[in-house]
Ligand binder design. Sequence first.
Ligand code: HEC
Ligand code: HEC
Ligand code: HEC
Length: 427
Amino acid sequence: MFLRILFLSTAYLLIAGSFPALPVWAGGGNDLADLNRKTPLSLLNQGKNLFVHYCAHCHGLSGDGDGFNAEYLDKEPAELSDEKFQSKKTNHQIFRTIKKGGVGVRKSHLMPAFGNTLSESEIWSLVAYIRSFGKEDLQPVFLPQGVNTERPLGELVSVVSIQSFKEWFREEGEKESTIQAGEKLFKKKKSCFACHQLDEEGGRIGPDLSRSGILYGPEWVYAWITNPQAYKAETRMPDMGVSSEEARFIAAFLNGLQGEAEETPEGELPYLQATGNPENGKRLFFDPDGKVYCSKCHRVNGDGGTIGPALDHAGTRRSPVFLLESILEPKAVITSGYSTVLILTKDRKFITGIKKFEDDSGVGIVDKEGKQLFIRKERIKKYKTQKISMMPGNFKELLDVQEVADILAYLKSLKLAEFSSEATEEK
Ligand code: HEC
Ligand code: HEC
Ligand code: HEC
């Protein structure tokens, strides 16, 4: 059957010049009027951008199933460019898989659901783009009438639900049964393990979570996984429709992961014990003529540079110990998405910067002055990821204990309103 359709459609292409309006085959469940139209280019382009952002790390840029993350998955990401896949699946089936994820269509939990993150029209654009890996004119894709073009906003975590999470956590958070339930959700039921690594196992799209208990506060994990887009609109982590009960168990499981228990190094204690002045910390942070000028690279509420990650709610997300470590020894933990690459070009030049993207044509990086560079594949002789940070490593020498404590106090003050203790005490 498939061969016949293919044959007919090739025949159609050959004779298209002489009979432009002749509908030769019926495809895709679209209206009759659509039969001899092609997928609109604007839909394909939209789909391509979304695919590169959300899908290519597993499925590969050309849908061949060979994204960099594929080798860490127990189940191979579908080869979307494969002819069998293209002929067997209807547009609606592909739409459903993307919307509901593997679990929603009795496939592997490692395929995440995107229906809580993307609008229906965006999902259709992905279907259109996936068709372009095969013979796109076999089943052209059009936006169905009345399709929703708004992204679902997802539930915002309220002051009340954070308060009730904290109370629950105090009672239940460290119980063995709680932690086991969370582990099962993380590894077997939800898609977390497809993107996050625990002790060398699991995907590499998001940060390694083996030491979550040290890196993040449990309330933050609870809020973040319930609705990542509320805190970072463009994050690659989808909203998986995790219920508040599931989020509790997962947050408790991750909180139990402490990595190798490390004592706070004695050298760091004076910084943590000093009482910081957040006003002065803020001044140091933003002062272009000062010793450190953090805002050259970091934004807070839209103000500052983009070389480093935004620190908008650093005080909620990160523990004080982590923040201090980031200032004194930036290379100890490199924030995901900010690893540095060293490129050696064929004309023997070294270029370093933060890798922002990579495709068949080359690698895009940002250097430490914030300049964007694109290096074409033909120019590259060798390149490797380095365990260094673009953040200067000499703040310990430049700043005295009081100044570090001031900056730390400023970072700790950067909280989301619903997390600050005043807000929770009011309710
Ligand atoms: C973390 C890795 C990962 C990401 C990200 C991912 N997928 Fe998948 N996808 C998978 C895996 C694994 C499967 C195979 C599931 C199975 O066969 O049980 C799959 C299967 C599929 C299938 C085919 C299911 C079938 O009917 O055989 C489609 C279509 C698909 N993905 C589309 C997408 C799109 C579109 C995106 C981006 C919006 C995306 N995927 C993102 C891992 C991923
Ligand atoms: C498709 C890949 C993907 C899936 C599936 C996924 N994540 Fe993520 N996750 C990410 C990425 C990417 C980030 C980095 C966030 C950013 O800065 O955009 C992240 C960040 C995080 C963080 C750190 C947040 C912070 O403040 O830095 C936690 C905790 C987390 N994810 C937990 C989970 C849990 C639990 C699940 C399963 C319910 C999950 N993730 C599923 C990709 C994913
Ligand atoms: C030249 C640019 C630059 C300057 C200046 C700089 N940083 Fe950074 N910072 C970075 C980069 C890049 C990263 C991400 C890589 C890493 O984790 O080291 C980072 C990471 C961080 C993190 C970790 C963020 C997270 O949640 O993962 C913190 C906190 C931080 N910086 C604070 C500061 C403070 C405070 C200052 C000033 C005292 C400062 N930075 C100055 C570039 C810079």
